[in-house]
Design a binder for this molecule. Structure first.
Ligand code: HEM
Length: 121
């Protein structure tokens, strides 16, 4: 009988350094029901399915943002640092670089445009 290494199958979801999973917004958008609910906050993807019932702000507001970018509403509420800390538990990956909006707060720099080079002041 073969033994399965515990770290293998779930390794990606533990946020192992240098191995980020990228998700297209299209995939995120499909997870928009109580069965499975994902959100994007600042370029990161969160599976908050198991958090739905626990959210102090209620599940209604989360369902409204299901499958979408909730960065703005998350910030509007003025969530505490505890709330920000909690995000880590639900992190599953990053938004695919091709799908990142310039204002999504991602650490991935925007590629330089040709016109950015040697621009006179
Ligand atoms: C995974 C993402 C989220 C986490 C971990 C989270 C966590 C929390 C926590 C811990 C609180 C208690 C207050 C605090 O510590 O700031 C809270 C309150 C609240 N959250 Fe969230 N939240 C998330 C997403 C959202 C989103 C997307 C919205 C809005 C669309 C939202 C709306 C609210 C509201 C309105 C309250 C205030 C409840 C009250 O004071 O009565 N939350 N959230």
């Amino acid at each position: 009988m073969a033994t399965v290494e515990a770290s293998d199958s779930d390794g990606k979801r533990q946020g192992v350094e240098n191995s980020v999973t990228y998700y297209r917004l299209e995939e995120v958008a499909k997870r928009n029901s109580m069965k499975e609910i994902w959100l994007v906050i600042h370029g990161r993807v969160y599976d908050i399915t198991r958090f739905l019932n626990e959210h102090p702000g209620g599940e209604e507001v989360l369902l409204e943002q299901a499958g979408a970018d909730a960065s703005e509403s998350f910030e509007d509420v003025g969530h505490s640092s505890d709330a920000r800390e909690m995000l880590k538990q639900y992190y599953i990956g990053d938004v695919h670089p091709n799908d990142l909006k310039p204002d999504s707060g991602s650490k991935v720099p925007k590629p330089l445009q040709r016109s950015d080079f040697f621009k006179p002041n």
